[in-house]
Design a protein around this ligand. Structure first.
Ligand code: IPT
Length: 940
């Protein structure tokens, strides 16, 4: 009864795979409430499940589509690379939670019909009215049964037995939650006799003309009224058309008619080719500015509804993203319809990942074992057949992280024969023999630049100068994952983009990843893998998206939108320069607006063809400090209203004035004679400052545990437990000098400090801080590597009545040295509470680089003004860095009796070392002497 669960067979009894389409033939959705019972082993509720007369009135009710582990049964498990069961292919443990589903329905639509499941995780066996139809594996792919002759007009009973684990699970080791269940639509489709069941739209584009041929399994008529096309299937026509592209997703809607059925067509004409090592669409090079998208919703898991899919597409378009890699499985078919319609280039990836075999030294890896051949081929065929008619799909990806094996050669050959119109991607086989792209994940900036120049080292296992080596260097390069968006970050998005734009070899890159996979906890918070007590466990590694799990854009997404903006606007020499980074479009769909202070005006957009630049003279401008020029949508689009900002640039109009603080005598300033700390500034009660070198580590500070873990080095050295000593407080009329030393417990190393206070007019004080390191700054206890500082600055304790921050500098969102492009220069005001970014794992956040001045104020409360020489970084929050560091959930962060203000000379960058290269040296704070100045004044 359960042999099929552990057999290599991908399925039995299913119809051949075919295109997913909509038609006017009757269709019955079987989504909704099903009778459901979960049992602990593959035997399920026993053989009676199929019996139409079985009384299931005592069973539970479960909505379909859904994952039962998110509906109160059993629990979701998250692993990154490890299998949650022994590597013992094709077997799975006897503990194999099994859900039996039953549903009754009527079918008034005649004899011929097909039963379709769009996705069942991980293995389903199906009976209709007591007759077994067959079984299937391959969770994120559809399967169908011919039910002709089995249906009755009323009282049909469909029974489905779903196993959490099966042999198929070995091919589905993606870094994501394991979420069993019938999680995509179930539907019954009437199939009129002599109707078309499958067809293949071939629609290419060359020099203003589209060539169309629709092949089908039965004769039919193709109609595209807008083009005046009416012809039989199998015939070819060439007509003048507008091409389809992600930038201008021109679709021609029409029909394919046969057997009394009208099938909806959405034809996009486009030709994908690789010429001289460059990826071209419609004859011109394209650059993917992409994201890796998993299907995720905090409540529904991978059972996404149409509105959520549309939300993803709209958010991508609004943030200048032009491409999606469907990591790591074909998405719900509606998602591809939306990509056709809104315009996104798609790398459609197959549901194949065998990552966990890494723990077996790759012994028995399915792509290298003939026994798995059919199962792998089945998945590739189901993907290609289902998605072959989407113009948005421009690349097939055979899967992810499955090492290498001869079967990839067979899969490649099959795809080439079936669909020669699209190139093929596979990253992990370093010979790239079965890939049309060279490809890697997570290179450093230097490595990427070397790749761009064609000077990358020959991969391990490939002989230098061998045919594989030579061929690879001639391939376009696709960066399928980079910029790990875990927690606060990623850094260097702009640095990567500059390299990607600089070399012709690059056809684009996909940030890892689109959305955090946090699941809604019963208390309203979010769960990550580590919140479920199970080993192996991927912990927080599932929280690595540009969107928070509830689809709120993170600062990382805003940074990405800026780094990839389609127009680069620079202002120099009295002109505005526009570099058009669209691959196909000119700028006629945009409007240009300028602002200086509160004054606004418009500029005429010149004709700037794709991938070219132009400039226009600056108009007469009012007096002001900063000019901002924005490119906005001129008209409403499907994804954003007119006025939506797609790009912007800024320039400082007046040369920066040298900092010149007034002098005078101390008045209204009180120091503690023992500590030399400020006690009062006018009416403002103040505590500190003390030297602060600690930040609550961001995820990227932790590296990958075994690699690039700066946090470990910081803690080994003791930067999280620095103690302070005061050696001398020398008070004079015109200066107070405080000398001391700050150092970690148990260590000889430390920082000598001198804080020199001088009056700076109006009861204000100027503080010059000199920091001199002492001792040997290596993480001797654990490795002997040089240590750098997370931050260098001052910490001040201020009254809790301060509620608001107003500053001139970068904003309005948070910024760091390697993630500051999205923050423009201006004057901003925000509530202190709103300055916190609620990362689901508490960590450093809310910094602002390049702050010229800052005022903290509260109603009926004396405030504080800080001025930089010329700049400082600030964070202001109601808890300390130590509180942030200790907390494991945002709900644990409780306001203290103080506002804690950090005024920093600098903070190190963010990087993306949680799955990437180490943070570049230029974004770190090395151990060396530092001097910096700020002015503090009471305010209001
Ligand atoms: C890479 C995986 O392809 C992706 O699914 C995800 O796990 C990512 O890492 C980290 O979040 S594989 C890794 C070995 C580079």
């Amino acid at each position: 009864m359960t042999d099929h669960v552990e057999s290599y067979a991908p399925g039995e009894g299913r119809l051949p795979p075919r295109a997913d389409f909509r038609s006017d033939a009757p269709r019955l959705s079987l989504n909704g409430d099903w009778a459901f019972r979960l049992t602990p082993t593959a035997a399920g509720t026993g053989p009676d499940v199929a019996d139409p007369d079985l009384d299931d009135s005592g069973w539970d009710r479960l909505r379909v589509p859904s994952h039962w582990v998110l509906e109160g049964y059993d629990r979701p498990l998250y692993t990154n690379t490890a299998y949650p069961f022994p590597i013992d292919p094709p077997h799975v443990p006897a503990q194999n939670p099994t859900g039996d589903y039953r549903r009754r329905f009527d079918w008034p639509f005649g004899e011929r019909a097909v039963l379709r499941f769009q996705g069942v995780d991980s293995c389903a066996r199906v009976w209709l009215n007591g007759t077994e139809l067959g079984h299937s594996k391959g969770s994120r792919l559809p399967f169908e049964f011919d039910v002709t002759g089995l249906l009755r007009p009323a009282g049909n009973v469909l029974a489905v037995r779903v196993h959490r684990w099966s042999s198929g699970s070995y091919l589905e080791d993606q870094d994501m939650w394991w979420l069993p269940g019938i999680f995509r639509d179930v539907e019954l489709l009437a199939r009129p006799s002599s109707a078309i069941d499958d067809f293949f739209v071939h629609a290419s584009y060359l020099d203003g003309r589209g060539t169309l041929r629709v092949d089908a399994d039965r004769p039919g008529i193709v109609e595209l009224p807008e083009l005046g096309v009416r012809m039989p299937t199998g015939e070819t026509v060439t007509v003048p058309v507008e091409p389809w592209s992600a930038e201008r997703p021109r679709l021609y809607r029409g029909t394919l008619t046969a057997g009394g059925e009208r099938i909806a067509l959405a034809v996009g004409f486009r030709t994908v080719s690789i010429v001289d090592g460059r990826l071209l669409v419609n004859g011109v090079p394209v650059l993917f500015r992409g994201v890796n998208r998993h299907e995720h919703d905090p409540e529904r898991g991978r059972a996404l509804d149409l509105a959520t899919m549309r939300r993803d597409v709209v958010l991508m378009k609004q943030h200048n993203i032009n491409a999606v890699r469907t990591s790591h499985y074909p998405p719900h078919p509606d998602f591809l319809r939306l990509c056709d319609e809104y315009g996104l280039w798609v790398v459609d990836e197959c549901d194949i990942e065998t990552h966990g075999f890494i723990y077996a030294g790759w012994a028995g890896n399915p792509p290298a074992e003939p026994a798995w051949r059919d199962a792998l081929a089945d998945r590739i065929e189901r993907m290609v057949e289902r998605d072959k008619n989407h113009p948005s799909v421009v690349v097939w990806s055979m899967g992810n992280e499955s090492w290498s094996g001869a079967t990839f050669g067979e899969l490649e050959s099959w795809i080439r024969k079936r669909d020669p119109s699209r190139p093929i991607h596979y990253e992990r086989d370093r010979s790239y023999r079965h890939s049309d792209f060279a490809s890697l994940m997570y290179p450093s900036l230097d490595e990427l630049d070397a790749i761009g120049r064609g000077e990358e080292p020959t991969p391990e296992g490939v002989e230098a100068g061998s045919p594989d080596d030579v061929r690879r260097r001639g391939l376009p390069f696709l960066l399928c994952e980079y910029a790990h968006a875990m927690g606060n970050g990623p850094g260097s998005l702009l640095d990567y983009q500059r390299i990607l734009e600089a070399h012709e070899r690059f056809c684009g890159a996909f940030v890892w990843e689109w959305i955090d996979h946090g699941l809604r906890a019963p208390d309203g918070g979010l769960l990550h893998g580590g919140d479920v007590d199970y080993t192996p466990n991927g912990g927080r590694y599932c929280l690595d998206g540009l969107l928070f799990a509830d689809r709120t854009p993170s600062p990382g997404l805003l940074e990405y939108a800026k780094a990839i903006e389609p127009v680069v606007i620079t202002i120099a020499d009295g002109r505005v320069w526009l570099r058009n980074r669209y691959d196909m479009a000119d700028l006629s769909h945009l409007r240009l607006e300028w602002t200086v202070g509160h004054e606004v005006g418009t500029l005429t957009v010149p004709h700037v063809p794709a991938r070219t630049s132009a400039s226009l003279p600056l108009p007469e401008l009012p007096d002001g400090d900063w000019l901002t020029v924005r490119a906005v949508l001129a008209a409403d689009t499907a994804w954003a209203p007119a006025g939506h900002v797609v790009a912007w640039g800024q320039a400082e109009l007046a040369p920066p004035r040298p900092v010149d603080w007034p002098r005078g005598g101390f008045s209204g300033v009180r120091f503690d004679p023992e500590t030399g700390q400020l006690v009062r500034l006018g009416d403002l009660e103040i505590g500190g400052p003390v030297l602060d070198v600690w930040r609550a580590p961001v995820e990227n500070d932790r590296g990958q545990g075994f690699r690039n873990d700066l946090t470990r080095a910081w803690r080994a050295v003791g930067l999280d437990r620095v103690l302070h000593r005061v050696d001398e407080v020398r008070t004079g009329d015109d200066r107070v000098v405080v000398r001391g030393r700050s150092g970690p417990a148990g260590q000889a190393l430390g920082l000598r400090t001198e804080m020199c206070w001088e009056p700076a007019g109006d009861g204000a004080v100027a503080l010059t801080v000199t920091v001199t390191p002492e001792g040997i700054w290596t993480d001797t206890p654990i490795g002997g590597h040089d240590v750098t500082l997370p931050r260098l600055g001052l910490r001040l304790a201020l009254p809790a009545g301060l509620t608001r921050a107003t500053w001139f500098g970068r904003g309005p969102g948070e910024s760091y040295v390697d993630s500051r492009a999205a923050a423009r220069v201006g004057r901003f005001t925000a509530e202190i509470d709103a300055l916190q970014t609620p990362y689901p794992w508490p960590q450093e956040n809310g910094n602002h680089v390049e702050t010229r001045w800052l005022e903290l104020t509260g109603d009926g409360q004396p405030g504080l003004r800080v001025e930089g020489d010329p700049w400082f970084d600030f964070t202001a929050r109601r808890w300390t860095s130590e509180d942030l560091d200790r907390a494991t959930k945002p709900s644990q962060l409780r306001p203290s009796e103080r506002v804690w203000l950090n005024v920093d000379h600098g903070q190190q960058g963010l990087g993306s070392a949680s799955c990437g290269p180490p943070l570049p040296q230029r974004y770190r704070l090395p151990i060396r002497p530092y001097t910096f100045r700020v002015r503090l004044a009471g305010w209001g």
